[in-house]
Design a binder for this molecule. Structure first.
Ligand SMILES: NC(=O)c1ccc[n+]([C@@H]2O[C@H](COP(=O)([O-])OP(=O)(O)OC[C@H]3O[C@@H](n4cnc5c(N)ncnc54)[C@H](O)[C@@H]3O)[C@@H](O)[C@H]2O)c1
Length: 327
């Protein structure tokens, strides 16, 4: 694919966890880059996630209702879509906003790319592939059939199918990355790692679903952002790239690592009723992006977890406020 110079890009959902880390990284790495962030400003958005001094144009808009906003996109090289409802538990309670943002929103963005002949990158998840045997050693690859098992992953799978269809039908320049569980700075405290750190700081119970033996494949958010940048630089149109850092850990062992690092007792753990349809294990084989694009994760789980814990401790008040507001 023609190299994207990354001079003007549209980022959607850039005030969320991964989008803000991506913007922070691009500003550090590419002088003169112009970024327009389109964000609906849901409970998950926080402009203070951007590093001080970062200057972007920001538009408060919903990707599922863009009528009249199309001119935002003109002159840009590509759209990188982070915007989504991202929390599985919320999708189990009510999936309507997931359908709107994660499916209809992606359809709108694809239509804009078709009209303006722009490139589109979809930030997707390994959850589209379903659940692996917790005792087994098999891993997801780009050839694994989709088998989403909760409303969140079903909407992300639907969006991926739309992206593939726009490549096949209209020849749109599209790429998809399916990444495993991210951790790092700026994550909303509804998610396992920030929630555990903030709860431990306040000596309150940390709820763990079921046995806690569900396995997730952890990757530091900056390694994920590097992978997306590389796909924009060198990825091939129509391709999907799986991104993972060989970081399989059970939820229970992640929380135990956090408690140990913080010098807190394991009695803070409280096992609660399991999430319905809880996927048991995710595991990513990322050899394609490693071989074809030369990507390699740089941060070990141990090193990344320590700096992540420090981030939440150092910004404790900000995350405590969010936990209270969204309870
Ligand atoms: N967090 C992970 O571990 C992970 C792993 C793989 C893939 N992903 C995917 O990465 C993307 C970003 O995830 P995240 O964890 O940063 O999410 P997040 O919930 O932290 O942030 C989502 C952002 O999107 C915005 N948004 C939501 N709906 C919107 C809409 N309709 N229009 C415009 N903006 C909207 C929110 O305001 C927020 O700023 C998502 O697509 C998610 O599916 C996440």
């Amino acid at each position: 694919m023609e190299r994207v110079k990354l001079m003007k890009i549209i980022v959607t959902g850039g005030f969320g966890f991964i989008g803000s880390n991506f913007i922070n990284m691009l500003f550090e790495k590419i002088e003169g880059i112009e970024i327009v962030n389109v964000d609906k400003m849901t409970y998950a958005a926080d402009p203070s996630n951007l590093d001080p001094g970062i200057n972007i144009k920001s538009i408060n808009a919903d990707i599922s209702a863009l009528n009249g906003h199309e001119d935002i996109f003109s002159g840009a090289d590509c759209i990188v879509n982070f915007a989504a409802e991202s929390h599985v538990d919320r999708s189990i309670e009510d999936s309507s906003s997931f359908i709107e943002s994660n499916v209809k929103g992606v359809h709108n963005l694809l239509e804009i790319c078709r009209k303006l002949d722009m490139r589109f990158h979809q930030v997707s998840t390994d959850e589209v592939y379903g659940s692996l045997d917790p005792e087994g050693s098999d891993r997801f690859t780009e050839k694994t059939p989709y088998n989403p098992r909760n409303p969140y992953s079903a909407t992300k799978a639907s969006a991926d199918f739309l992206v593939r269809a726009y490549f096949n039908t209209y020849g749109l320049k599209t790429t998809i990355s399916n990444c495993s569980n991210n951790y790092g700075p700026n994550q909303h405290p509804e998610k396992l790692i920030p929630k555990s750190v903030i709860s431990a700081l306040n000596d309150v119970k940390i709820p763990i679903y079921g046995s806690g033996l569900q396995i997730r494949d952890w990757i530091h958010v900056s390694d994920h952002c590097e992978a997306i940048k590389l796909i924009l630089d060198k990825g091939k149109a129509g391709e999907t790239y799986l991104v993972g850092a060989d970081g399989e850990k059970s939820n229970l062992s992640v929380v135990n690592c956090i408690l140990e690092a913080m010098g807190k007792p394991t009695t803070l753990i409280e096992f609660v009723k399991d999430r319905p349809g809880h996927d048991e294990r995710y595991s990513i084989d990322s050899s394609k992006i490693r071989k074809e694009l030369g990507w390699c994760p740089a941060i070990s789980f141990e090193q990344g977890l320590r700096s992540t814990i420090d981030h939440y401790i150092n910004n404790r008040r900000k995350y405590e406020r969010k936990q209270v507001v969204t309870k």
